[in-house]
Write a protein that binds this ligand. Structure first.
Ligand code: SF4
Ligand code: SF4
Length: 473
């Protein structure tokens, strides 16, 4: 044994320590087992900004189900009632086509955001990150200590202290998983009805099953699966390579300034190879290897490296937000053709959505000829039978009057209409099937002809017509 072998051992151990690379997933060991990360704490300006964002989003998530707008829930998907209340507006299943605009708009918004600022969605807005970094990771740190303490305790023997802390942590994890599951369900069941039946959901077995399912999913995700959701399940990271270009602002490492990395200040470039940016990374990657699909844009490495730079008296920004062009040339170009194309499409979709949502009718009519029986002939008359579906799309009781429209089969001799229920009262969002007849003497008939029935909203005077065809032999 040499004299300084005691000092060489930790260095040798550090040298052999596995480093994240571009060819393997750092969170999975060579034998396929999980390399469970213990993410180090970080403080800094981006950490503060993220925490503010998480707090706002978490408060919004918990509070919105309790809020009303115009006497209606602010945001509620009423699946049994086939309707949705969205910021004061009521939408029925007949408005489902608007979801198309919403989905396309949401997709394009993420395209624009990613094209401009990389995976800012993942780091700041994605529920996976917000719950993990805003709730579950802080609980873990509070109970089990910082990274070093957690690693030491996990390696140590089972003691009362260790078991007690684990038990407390997992109890809180289960509680918050359950709480978030119930609050998620409050976007589908009116919250006051929901709180009256929690926690056992007596008489509501499907709600009980859903609450248990989501509680289990969230607990599994946040207690164990964690970053694997982003790495394995989420498709967005894989889309990144098609959305990001040379001018996208990403989180990156300034190779020109940092290399050659050397342990020791002023021994090489500004990077002192301290690995702090790796220790704080929730997906376990090394940002110095360049843009990787595992990077969720969390900004931890920026704060960690800025902290190191401050400690060694070098300027901040060795790891920073910048474009690939910016890292290479010092010049960035944020607003480029790709951005404008996305933005124009997005604005067009938004305008179309607003126009369609704003011009929605307050009631909906669908009229069809009776199936399999175009007409019947009875005592020299041709009789056509129609089935009308009338739906009240408002939150108010409504009365409608049904008549034949002024232009209906004008010019034909002896036409009569039978409307068994000319006055229809419907409750909020209610609907009804109605039967209507048109009768024409056979002698008057020459060709099939379109005509209209008229439906009048008695409260507003709004009239809608519905076109049908009269047929004969
Ligand atoms: S934190 Fe900064 S100095 Fe340390 S290894 Fe990462 S890039 Fe280099
Ligand atoms: S590389 Fe940096 S920004 Fe990306 S996930 Fe890791 S710590 Fe977050």
């Amino acid at each position: 044994m040499t004299e300084n072998s005691g000092q060489d051992a930790p260095r040798e151990k550090a040298r052999r320590r596995r480093a994240p690379d571009l060819n393997t997933v750092y969170t999975i060991n060579e034998d396929g087992s999980r390399n469970f990360l213990q993410v180090a704490d970080v403080k800094g300006r981006w950490h503060l900004r993220r925490n503010i964002t998480y707090t706002v989003l978490l408060v919004a998530f918990m509070v919105i189900p309790w809020m009303s707008m115009g006497g209606k829930p602010m945001l509620l998907m009423d699946i049994p009632g086939r309707s949705a209340h969205v910021f004061g507006g009521t939408f029925t299943n007949q408005d489902f086509h608007l979801v198309f605009f919403l989905l396309i708009g949401a997709g394009l918004s993420i395209f624009v955001m990613t094209s401009l600022f990389g995976r800012i969605w993942c780091g700041f807005l994605c529920p996976q990150t917000v719950f993990m970094e805003g709730v579950f990771r802080p609980i873990e740190r509070l109970i089990e200590g910082d990274r070093i303490a957690r690693i030491r305790r996990n390696k140590g023997a089972a003691t009362f202290d260790k078991t007690g802390r684990k038990f407390l942590k997992h109890t809180l994890f289960v509680f918050f998983s359950w709480l978030f599951s119930v609050m998620f369900m409050a976007y589908f069941i009116p919250v006051r009805e929901l709180v009256a039946i929690v926690p056992f959901f007596a008489g509501h077995s499907s709600a009980l099953v859903w609450s248990l399912f989501w509680t289990g999913m969230l607990y599994f995700d946040y207690s164990w699966f964690r970053e694997q959701t982003c790495l394995i399940i989420c498709p967005y990271g894989r889309l990144q390579s098609t959305l990001v270009d040379y001018d996208t602002v990403i989180i990156g490492y300034d190779k020109i300034r940092g290399e050659p990395r050397e342990k020791g200040i002023d021994a090489g470039g500004d990077c002192i190879d301290c690995r702090r940016c790796i220790d704080v990374c929730p997906t376990g990657i090394d940002i110095r290897n360049g843009l990787q699909l595992e990077c969720i844009g969390c900004t931890n490495c920026i704060d960690a490296c800025d902290d190191i730079m401050n400690k060694i008296g070098k300027p901040e920004g060795l790891v920073r937000f910048d474009s690939s062009r910016g890292f290479e040339t010092g010049n960035s170009q944020i607003f480029r053709p790709r951005f404008w194309i996305y933005a124009v499409i997005l604005l067009a979709m938004a305008a179309l959505f607003i126009q369609r949502a704003g011009s929605r009718e307050s009631f909906q009519i669908t009229t069809m000829r009776s199936q399999g029986m175009p007409y019947t002939i009875d005592a020299g008359n041709i009789r056509n039978l129609y089935t009308m579906h009338l739906q009240n799309k408002t939150d108010e009781n409504k009365v409608y009057f049904i008549t034949a429209a002024d232009d209906a089969l004008a010019g034909y001799e002896g036409v009569t209409y039978i409307i068994p229920q000319p006055r229809v009262a419907l409750p909020p969002l209610g609907d009804q099937q109605l039967t209507l007849f048109a009768i024409m003497p056979k002698a008057s008939y020459s060709l099939s002809e379109d005509f209209h029935f008229a439906i009048t909203d008695s409260a507003t005077g709004v009239v809608q017509t519905t076109k049908v065809r009269f047929r004969g032999p």
